[in-house]
Design a protein around this ligand. Structure first.
Ligand code: MN
Length: 253
């Protein structure tokens, strides 16, 4: 089994190290990851300057680009052979509900999928990783059988990526795995007005309160209950029900 591991928190991130430690117990790992924090860069691609991969050891490269750049570069140029799976993460923080639209972690898995490679995004739903870091470490032993299971499904669903969120608990406190759907996230007070050092008004997106709505089978409910959440995602944003309803838009009035 050949894995491409990447992330959006940068090549030095502890979550990536945990993912690599787990994946190495199952197969051969190549790491191609951004050289710096790229969280919330979504599916952006670097078109206006070149990319310069720097080799950081055997099968390990840092790239001055986005998670999407990393996957594209790895698959098309840096790896000797195509990976069997793209694994992205483990992200420092949850990627649930609408988070998946902003997430570089999930977008790296989307890029893998777009290239025809089964892909899994993994995120640790702990609030403050410095406080929770020991818990993520203890989840590595849980990640091994989880990854082994997900990558040995007889037919990994075609055209689908799996979005995995890990609850902020110790590995032996995980209650189990739930198949989920995306919940809805509600942010309030998430834009902070501030002053720059020269007294001019600036705004910083972040902080605030996050609350969730959604059904009992949503990703956030699984995490709240102490379960691993696995949400199958696809890239086709077509609103199928609306397609039928929209038929009448074209009828003569
Ligand atoms: Mn991140």
């Amino acid at each position: 089994m050949r894995f491409l591991c990447t992330n959006d928190d940068g090549i030095l991130a502890h979550g990536l190290e945990c993912l690599v430690r787990a994946a190495e117990q199952i197969g051969e790992v190549t790491v191609v990851a951004p050289d710096r924090e790229q969280s919330a860069t979504s599916h952006s691609l670097t078109l206006h300057h070149p990319l310069r991969p720097v080799r950081r050891g055997e099968h390990r490269y840092q790239v001055d680009g986005t998670p999407t750049d990393c996957v594209m570069l790895a698959v098309e140029s840096l790896m000797d052979a195509r990976p069997d799976f793209v694994l992205s993460g483990v992200n420092h923080g949850q990627n649930m509900g609408e988070d998946v639209l902003y997430s570089g972690t999930v977008s790296a898995a989307m890029e893998g999928l777009a290239l025809g490679i089964p892909s899994i995004a993994l995120s640790f739903a702990g609030g403050d990783l410095r406080a929770d870091i020991a818990k993520l470490d203890e989840q590595v032993e849980f990640l091994v059988p989880l990854l082994r299971h997900l990558t040995s499904l007889p037919a990994f669903p075609a055209g689908t990526l799996l979005n995995v969120n890990l609850p902020p608990v110790r590995g032996d406190e995980i209650k189990g795995i739930r198949l989920t759907r995306l919940g809805r996230r509600v942010y309030s007070n998430s834009i902070q007005p501030m002053k720059d050092p020269w007294g001019r008004k600036i705004f910083w997106i972040g902080g605030g309160e996050i609350s969730w709505t959604g059904s009992g089978d949503s990703d956030f409910q699984a995490i709240r209950d102490g379960y691993v959440s696995v949400t199958p995602l696809h890239l086709d944003l077509t609103h199928r029900d609306m397609l039928d309803a929209a038929e009448r838009w074209w009828r003569a009035p």
